[in-house]
Design a binder for this molecule. Structure first.
Ligand code: MN
Length: 236
């Protein structure tokens, strides 16, 4: 099928810039980890005991991806629109049922990301045992900066992660506080999916999540990785 006869022009492949060149990283799937910092799990009212718990995941559509530096309209359907600052892992090699020792070999790079959330809708879904899609997988909800090739960073295990709103600090933690480390997450996720180049993993947010309103500017940083920013526009 060299020239499939589509009814309309398909949308462009979602992608992110790769730092240090002019290539782009085509995004296939977006996996997100829930409750991966103890203090955030507590603020959400659901503490995690790693001895008995397993990591859990939700997904966002690749079409929800927005590049850092954008302005997005305050989303429809919510009155409690939250930021979540996260380290994003970019997968660059296939892996299925990999060990933690093998997991590092799947990492192409890292990025600073925002898992934007309609918290009111997520919590209603959570209380009712329903899917989180309305709260998590909505248009323009996955913000991501450029991808930094792994290089000398290796398998990241520490580094400050911060977020500010209009310059006021709101989140401040360290990647060393991840409940499930990057190798543990990759190994675990690969028990359930054939991981592929183009898969992004949002690794969870620290404590201090909160609401933003039109006119706010979010800025986040991860030591050694970079920064992400987002401006909140007027509601549609
Ligand atoms: Mn999150």
């Amino acid at each position: 099928m060299a020239h499939p006869h589509y009814l309309w022009t398909p949308p462009p492949v979602p992608s992110l810039p790769v730092r240090g060149g002019d290539t782009r990283y085509p995004v296939g799937r977006i996996f997100c980890v829930g409750r991966n910092y103890h203090a955030h799990a507590v603020e959400m009212g659901v503490p995690v005991d790693k001895a008995t718990a397993r990591p859990f995941y939700f997904t966002k559509s690749a079409s929800a991806l927005v590049e850092s530096g954008a302005t997005v309209p305050y989303p429809c359907g919510t009155a409690n629109y939250h930021y979540e600052m996260e380290l994003v892992v970019a997968i660059g090699a296939p892996g299925f049922r990999v060990s933690e020792a093998e997991a590092g070999g799947l990492i192409l790079g890292y990025a600073a990301g925002l898992d934007m959330t309609r918290r009111d809708l997520q919590l209603v879904a959570r209380e009712q045992g329903r899917p989180w899609d309305l709260g998590k997988d909505f248009e323009r909800s996955a913000i991501c900066a450029d991808i930094v090739p792994t290089g000398d960073l290796g398998v990241l295990a520490k580094g400050a992660i911060t977020l500010a709103v209009n310059g006021q600090p709101r989140q401040s933690a360290d990647l060393a506080q991840l409940i499930w480390s990057i190798p543990e997450l990759i190994a675990d996720l690969s028990q359930f999916y054939h991981l592929q180049p183009g898969d992004l993993i949002y690794t969870g947010t620290p404590e201090g999540v909160g609401a933003v309103k039109p006119g706010d500017r979010i800025t986040g940083t991860i030591d050694g990785v970079g920064a992400v920013s987002l401006d909140i526009g007027q509601p549609e």
